[in-house]
Design a protein around this ligand. Structure first.
Ligand code: ADP
Ligand code: MG
Length: 627
């Protein structure tokens, strides 16, 4: 007998399971049945693809029995089973990455935490909510030795060799004193019907019925053993739409996704013709915690003629739709298709492209319900932007889905379409200002000239906007331009500054350049400023979001040394600070003010100051002089 200790994270989870999540205990049965179903899926696939297992006799099924006197509930399956190594890895640790991330997200709020637990899929351990001891007896298909795993859920588990006739696993729960309800035939049936009706394998419930026979003296009690299939075992996606209730779709989603909330919507499609396949896709209400991690798990399972093939192919849908959960079931792929071959399969490519279109139409339809769409966009808007960048074929459609605040939207988010409809007469392009801080964008001096002319400016304040949006170019044949671009200034008809003004400021610009040196790429007069004395703009050939990304990569050792981007300082020749400086060009104070004008412009653009101390010192000196 070998003693093992649980990984720290497992202990934390067990503690949480046992002490704080009492609200929805019944899900433990769904979790154990879903594990059994996964184990059957895995073995079914291997009997089709693995030479060694092709001859195995395999009847996929799940059996549930109980003993109300001893207070025991048993769930067994004829699936893949586990060997010693598997037991240690699967029932002693949490294999999935991001465990710590998950645990750090726990809020102490039971409802939220239990939703998170659901997402995280710590299924097996939930059985300790109702059991004080669990024995897993299991034999791996194709191997000789069986093992028993034993634990009372507090810190340790034991593994020992044992006897077991056939492959598969048996999970024996020694129920806690106050958990007797799980030995009631009706209660078990109820839970199976509720959560596991459409698991594609039969679930049998075993129970006994006592009958009396005869009269008086010859009266006898007869105990009858019964086996009853409790679930429909019809893969839900194969059932016709009209025969399915919303509730059934929702329960199936929860089985599939580990999400304990209802889905936002679903799309069930049966395609017949040259290719035959069924798809059932769900859009969740909220993003799973690992949506933006590189190692996210794909949410789509591939079946061939109802046989599970894989849930590990990230290319069943384009990566930007990775928030979609669901099933693709093809009639045309060969059953023994290897996972490697899937990558270049033409049938799958067709299904992928058609499915993408379907999902995008569903998102389009979601827009009709503003509140629903808001929820959706808040969770998955960033993914759609990734799509704009990566899915050339559907770019136009994806652009319709985006929403932004603007200089006229008063906090509301508007679409490109809405913007375009509100363009003023003679407006040549759609304009945006990009930066990381929405509040700073709203108050940027760069907006002045546009505001004066009544032209709306979109705010792109999402980190990803800086990378995606400059590539967009146009929306519905109207150019999309940064207000900092040369074209935008040309559109306003305000590129040129009168010759004599240029002449007048020549000396002052020189003084500024001298004073600021390496801190700026250029100092020039600007026609775009109205109220502010100065602003900074990015040189045309720089994309600071891109540079920032490259810098981050550099920090991870992938990129070379990337220089800090240098801004162009623009000055407003009509501002009184500037006109008054003209009188006083050579004084030391002018140089100090040059620095201050650069620093305040940088602050307004959301940039950081290199030397905050120097800035404060300058400001204080100036304040002292004013007093
Ligand atoms: P998940 O199902 O999300 O992987 P669980 O905690 O439910 O997480 O199960 C952990 C692992 O234990 C499973 O991934 C599987 O490898 C193994 N396992 C659990 N139950 C069974 C079973 N009945 N048969 C075979 N393996 C199982
Ligand atoms: Mg599970």
């Amino acid at each position: 007998m070998a003693k093992h200790t649980f990984q720290t994270e497992v202990n934390q989870l067990l503690d949480l399971m046992i002490h704080s999540l009492y609200s929805n205990k019944e899900i433990f049965l769904r979790e154990l049945i879903s594990n059994a179903s996964d184990a059957l899926d895995k073995l079914q696939y291997l009997t089709l693809t693995d030479e060694k297992l092709k001859s195995l006799s395999f009847t996929p099924k799940i059996d549930i029995s109980f003993d109300s006197e001893k207070n025991i509930l048993t769930i067994s399956d004829s699936g893949i089973g586990m060997n010693e190594q598997d037991l240690i890895e699967n029932l002693g640790t949490i294999a999935k990455s991001g465990t710590k991330n998950f645990l750090s997200k726990l809020s102490g709020d039971k409802k939220k935490d239990s939703a998170l637990i659901g997402q995280f899929g710590v299924g097996f351990y939930s059985a300790f909510m109702v059991a004080s001891k669990i024995i897993v007896t299991t034999k791996k298909a194709g191997e000789e030795q069986a093992y028993a795993w034993i634990s009372n859920g507090s810190g340790e588990f034991e593994i020992e060799k044992c006897e077991k006739e056939s492959h598969g696993s048996e999970i024996k729960l020694y129920l806690k004193e106050d958990e007797k309800e799980w030995t009631s035939r009706w209660r078990i049936e109820e839970i199976i019907k509720k959560y596991s009706d459409h698991i594609p394998f039969p679930i049998f419930l075993h129970y006994t019925e006592t009958k009396s026979e005869g009269e008086g003296e010859s009266k006898k009690e007869i105990i009858e053993e019964k086996n009853e299939q409790v679930n429909k075992a019809s893969a839900l996606w194969r059932v016709a739409k009209k025969d399915l209730k919303d509730e059934e779709y929702k329960e199936f989603y929860k089985n599939l996704s580990y999400d304990s909330s209802d889905p936002l919507s679903w799309i069930h499609t049966k395609v017949e013709g040259t290719l035959e396949y069924t798809t059932l896709f769900y859009i969740p209400q909220s993003a799973p915690f690992d949506l933006y991690r590189v190692d996210y798990k794909s949410g789509v399972k591939l079946y061939v003629k109802r046989v599970f093939i894989t849930d590990d192919d990230k290319e069943l849908l384009p990566p930007y739709l990775r928030f979609v959960r669901g099933i693709i079931d093809s009639e045309d792929l060969p059953l023994n298709v290897s996972r490697e071959i899937l990558q270049q399969n033409r049938i799958l490519a067709t299904i992928k492209s058609a499915s993408t279109k379907k999902i995008l139409s569903e998102i389009e339809a979601l827009q009709k319900d503003e509140e629903k769409y808001k929820t959706f966009y808040k969770e998955f808007g960033r993914c759609l932007k990734e799509g704009v960048y990566s899915d050339f074929e559907n770019k136009e459609k994806l652009l319709e889905f985006l929403r932004f605040q603007s200089s006229k939207s008063e906090g509301a988010e508007i679409s490109f379409k809405a913007y375009k409809e509100r363009m003023i007469e003679g407006q040549k392009a759609m304009y945006y200002l990009q930066g990381e801080d929405l509040e700073l964008l709203k108050n940027s001096p760069l907006l002045d000239a546009f505001k004066q002319k009544g032209i709306e400016v979109l705010f792109f304040s999402d980190e990803i906007d800086g990378i995606v949006m400059p590539m967009v170019g146009e929306y519905d044949k109207t150019p999309l331009r940064a207000i900092t671009s040369k074209e935008a200034l040309e559109d306003l008809g305000e590129v040129s500054i009168a010759e004599e003004t240029q002449e007048k400021f020549k000396g002052l610009l020189e003084v500024f350049k001298q004073a600021l040196g390496e801190e700026v790429q250029e100092v020039r007069l600007s026609a775009r400023l109205v109220d502010a004395p100065s602003c900074v703009v990015e040189p045309e050939d720089q994309n600071s979001a891109m540079l920032k990304m490259m810098k981050q990569m550099g920090a991870m050792g992938m990129g070379g040394d990337i220089p800090e981007p240098k801004p162009i300082l623009e000055l407003n020749p009509n501002h009184s600070i500037l006109t008054r400086l003209l009188e006083n060009q050579e004084s030391e104070k002018t140089k100090e003010i040059a620095h201050l004008l650069l620093e305040e412009a940088k602050l307004l653009a959301g940039g950081k100051l290199k030397d905050v101390n120097a800035f404060v010192k300058r400001l204080n000196t100036l304040l002292q002089e004013t007093l």
